[in-house]
Design a protein around this ligand. Structure first.
Ligand code: PMP
Length: 363
């Protein structure tokens, strides 16, 4: 996608002029392992329930603005109250609302790059200053003491766990220390938490810390990336302010119906989630066996891999094999890195064979 035109640059304020349109670099392809979706697809039983729910949903009335039925289901699921849940049009919108509420001129965010770039985009858009606590260059772990020091003066801290694109998790004990230290709000982005080992979620801390916000999404484990539903869990006064800044009808009637059907049947996703976790281990091992390849351990449904000539490998995978992965080679700290979504066994086998043969030619 092109940057902003000269004409537009002359018309907008400086914050906006500094932005470039978000570009997931998507091109149609046979095997798409670029966006960390669930490539196994919606389980047929859940799809049937969604279809029935949508068929029974009238469209002439506005949606329930707060998605209260869905909120109640989510509240029961996570052992909180309706007042502790806010539903949004995907996690992205909830992050935007988080910045609208707690960011802006004079406010300071601390985040831990390399991480999800949307935080940077929203910071710029809303004039929030950013202090970066860079992850270790080798392991991508967070230096918790350095983060705690920075958090003392932060209005907002975002920790991504599992982190996109590196796959690391932050221990709930460390998040607890962060909540104690930070005078502002701590958001733990758990978009990929369903793929992580048990005990990694910070949900259990909500009862103790009223400055903790947890973000979850239906886009990854629950196969609703195309529908756009996410939610946050937090203290009721945090939910109130998120409710105050949000646009009223962003979760439409179909999205609410689909998310309700998925929530009722969420147990059906467990075998696929387990499959993705075991494929993640198999794919990591197969990739690690390739000459010159480094693969990091990951708790998400993706792997970060460093290899010689990564940008060329990515372009050749796309152009010659119709396989799409995400190129991070020009991101600071991620030189020569690609992010690969864990696919089905067949997709993973085809990817490993393709990368192997391209690497033999380019190295
Ligand atoms: N957080 C992280 C770390 C992500 O990777 C994503 C999706 N790429 C999101 C939040 C938002 O996902 P969605 O808007 O699809 O819920």
């Amino acid at each position: 996608m092109a940057g902003l035109s000269k004409r537009i640059l002359s018309l907008v304020r400086d914050d906006v002029a500094a932005l470039s349109p978000y570009d997931p670099n998507f091109t149609p392809c046979k095997i798409n392992l670029s966006a960390n979706e669930n490539t196994y697809g919606m389980p047929p039983k859940v799809r049937a329930a969604i279809d029935a729910a949508i068929a029974a949903t009238p469209t002439n009335r506005y949606p329930d603005p707060m998605s209260n039925e869905l909120r109640d289901q989510i509240a029961t699921w996570h052992h909180v109250r309706r007042e502790n849940v806010c539903v949004g049009n995907g996690g992205d919108e909830l992050l935007f609302n988080f910045f609208l509420a707690f960011g802006g001129p004079g406010k300071r965010l601390v985040d831990c790059p390399p991480t999800f770039t949307v935080y940077d985009i929203y910071s710029k858009m809303l004039g929030t200053s950013v202090v970066r606590c860079w992850r270790d260059e080798e392991t991508f772990d967070i230096d918790v003491n350095a983060l705690l020091l920075m958090a003392r003066k932060a209005d907002m801290v975002i920790v991504t766990s599992p982190n996109n694109p590196t796959g690391n998790v932050m221990a709930p004990e460390d998040v607890a220390r962060l909540c104690e230290t930070c005078p502002g709000i701590v958001l733990v982005d758990e978009a990929y938490i369903e793929f992580a080992d048990g005990g990694c979620s910070c949900e259990g801390l909500l009862a103790d810390y009223d400055n903790l916000v947890i973000l979850h999404t239906y886009s990854k484990a629950f196969c609703l990336a195309g529908v756009r539903v996410g939610y946050v869990l937090a203290a009721s006064d945090v939910i109130d302010v998120l409710g105050a800044v949000r646009q009223p009808y962003t979760a439409d009637v179909f999205a609410q119906a689909a998310a309700q059907a998925v929530t009722s049947l969420r147990g059906v996703f467990t075998p696929t989630i387990n499959r993705i976790r075991s494929e993640r281990a198999r794919l990591a091992e197969a990739l690690s066996g390739l000459e010159g390849m480094q693969v990091w351990p990951s708790q998400g449904n993706f792997l970060l891999a460093r290899m010689p000539e990564a940008a060329i490998v990515r372009a050749r995978l796309r152009d010659e094999r119709s396989i799409l992965v995400r190129d991070f080679s020009s991101t600071q700290g991620l030189e020569n890195c690609l992010r690969i979504t864990v696919g089905t066994p067949e997709e993973n086998d085809e990817l490993v064979a393709a990368i192997g043969s391209i690497l033999r030619e380019v190295v």
